[in-house]
Design a protein around this ligand. Structure first.
Ligand code: GLY
Length: 570
């Protein structure tokens, strides 16, 4: 098995992935198809991680085995967001239609407190929740993978971790994107660490260079040999605690030893005769997505045309209201009574969207006041897997910012998260995504911070139709929303839906973000005349999705235009 995986990864490195997407032109009127597989597919942020997952399934593993292997592989080849030092969420649909969701989100350390990011005058101290050791929540990813394996795994766990060990120890070639990510954060690596990280270098990293993570290989081998205790107890836990506490962080051995993933009832809703299965709190993703879809059902979005001014205006007005609800009502349900039923009820949403005007925008200040700055960086990663039996899983996982808090655990070789910034440090003051929050998402010991991650599975007529997700911080929800509409209302292929230009509105700041140079001038003019303020972003989202075609074949739609995202199927 070990040999098989080594050989397969080498083949990929030499020949690239099989059946690449067809026709990459944006302007073409021809159908653009993603990677086609007869029966199984992995779509992830990195070609090597996708290959690892596909190999696991070729060797008899199921979708859940493959997902575990992909999670560990991404921690090596995609350390900007792939992780063992972060957390995430999984939405699961078994081939028999049973659904589940797993919360392996980070939690606040036991000594965390509501005002820990405020100065003596009650103002937020800039950077304290985003960079360095105090920004770090207790990691959940390793526990999550073991929990997933306990319930759904079919292959021995050591075989699922082994490909990541081989990559970390034996090295792998850097992509252009990964090389430039490493170059971009050299200063932060130096500032936050007092030792020579494998990611640090005087001369710039270049595409094709071999990257090794020797310490990480040892850490992964300890996890392989000792199970999750290999991470949450013993030498690795000791390394985490020593490093975190050396810089004023709060995580203790007890915080690590008591971390637990949680199985939660997934959210299930409907959209134009499709069943939508998504993530409940502490992610806001599922509730917000279902609210947006409920609001959209009243409008013939498909006949208005994809990204017509009318469609963007209407979707923006829905987003404005839904994100205001997100800021007010959502937080960790174990600490705050989230009014989930109310937010998802038809009567509430009918009333909520009643004042949307077809002609002009509603200023966000009229919906609820706030005081915000601009959105900054967005990084997380998502992957989707479907196996030969039709089991499927959508996982979104994160360190929060690029390379998390920029701290690599000394001796253990992996980056820690800066997820504490997803709490609301002070009601009404925005986090790094420009998101504001309220009491529902205030910091508290052992509480999970609110997330926007939206791993989602769509069913049609009782059968699996689509597995969807993306990184992008606060923009995750709106990218998943648009991608679902692109397939259902605009009848796009999976790849077209992923490639399509995206926009985003989140109530505050009161502006529509659009992808640079992707929207027609007359559409922007029409939106401006309705009162909307437009701002541009280089790109929004990096989707990794899978669509089941009517003939049963699978189409992987991976965002190869915005990242290294790659689907591999067979
Ligand atoms: N850290 C991004 C999110 O959880 O939404």
């Amino acid at each position: 098995m070990k040999l098989l995986l080594t050989v397969s990864i080498s083949i990929l490195l030499i020949f690239g992935c099989s059946k690449p997407p067809q026709n990459i032109s944006n302007n073409s009127t021809e159908t653009v198809l993603g990677t086609i597989g007869d029966s199984a597919m992995v779509a992830s942020a990195h070609p090597i991680a996708s290959q690892v997952g596909a190999d696991i399934m070729k060797n008899g593993g199921n979708a859940f085995d493959a997902a575990i292997a992909v999670q560990f592989a991404l921690a090596v080849v995609y350390p900007v967001a792939g992780n063992i030092g972060g957390g995430g969420f999984a939405v699961i649909r078994e081939s028999n239609g049973n659904v589940a969701s797993l919360d392996f989100r980070e939690k606040a350390p036991k000594s965390a407190s509501k005002d820990m990011y405020l100065d003596s005058e009650g103002n937020v101290i800039k950077g304290k929740s985003t960079i360095g050791r105090l920004a770090c929540g207790v990691p959940g990813s390793v526990d999550g993978m073991f929990e997933l394996h306990k319930k759904y795994g079919s292959m021995p766990m050591d075989q699922l971790i082994q490909p990541a060990i081989i990559l970390a120890d034996g090295g792998f070639p850097l992509t252009q994107n990964e090389a430039s990510n490493l170059n971009r954060f050299q200063e932060e690596f130096k500032m936050q660490n007092n030792w020579d990280l494998p990611t640090m270098r005087e001369s710039p990293w270049k595409e094709g260079e071999t990257m090794f993570y020797k310490d990480l290989a040892v850490t992964l081998a300890i996890i392989r040999d000792f199970g999750k205790e290999g991470f949450y107890e013993g030498i690795v836990a000791d390394q985490i605690v020593k490093d975190v506490q050396s810089g004023g962080g709060l995580i203790t051995m007890d915080d690590l030893a008591t971390y637990e993933s949680k199985w939660r009832e997934p959210l299930v809703g409907n959209y134009r005769n499709h069943k939508i299965i998504s993530m409940p709190p502490p992610s806001s993703g599922g509730i917000a997505l279902l609210q947006l879809l409920q609001g959209t059902e009243d409008y013939p979005i498909g006949t208005w045309g994809h990204n017509s001014a009318k469609a963007i205006h209407t979707m923006t007005e829905l987003e404005r209201r839904v994100y205001a609800d997100r800021a007010t009502y959502l937080g960790d349900p174990d600490f705050y009574d989230v009014p989930q039923e109310m937010l998802l009820s038809e009567s509430y949403n009918e009333e909520r969207f009643l004042d949307i005007s077809a002609k002009s925008k509603t200023p966000s200040s009229e919906i609820k006041e706030g005081n915000v700055e601009m959105i900054e960086s967005v990084e997380t990663t998502h992957f989707s897997v479907v196996d030969v039996d039709g089991n499927s899983i959508a996982i979104t996982t994160t360190l929060n910012g690029y390379f998390g808090n920029k701290v690599m655990v000394k001796g253990a070789g992996f980056f820690l998260n800066n997820e504490m910034d997803d709490f609301s440090a002070k009601p009404g003051v925005p986090n790094q995504f420009g998101l504001v929050g309220a009491e529902a998402n205030a910091v508290a010991p052992e509480k999970r911070m609110l997330s926007s991650m939206t791993p989602t599975i769509v069913e049609k007529d009782g059968e699996l139709l689509m597995v969807v997700g993306t990184p992008g911080g606060s923009t995750i929800i709106t990218s998943v929303y648009q991608t679902i509409l692109n397939v259902i209302d605009h009848e796009m292929t999976m790849q077209e839906a992923v490639n399509a230009e995206k926009f985003h509105h989140q109530w505050l700041p009161d502006l529509i973000l659009i992808e640079e140079n992707r929207f027609a001038e007359n559409v922007v003019d029409d939106l401006t005349s309705m009162g909307h303020v437009i701002d541009v972003r280089k790109q929004l989202g990096k989707m990794d999705c899978i669509l089941v075609h009517p003939d049963g074949t699978l189409e992987g739609g991976s965002d190869y235009t915005r990242g290294d995202n790659t689907s591999i199927g067979f």
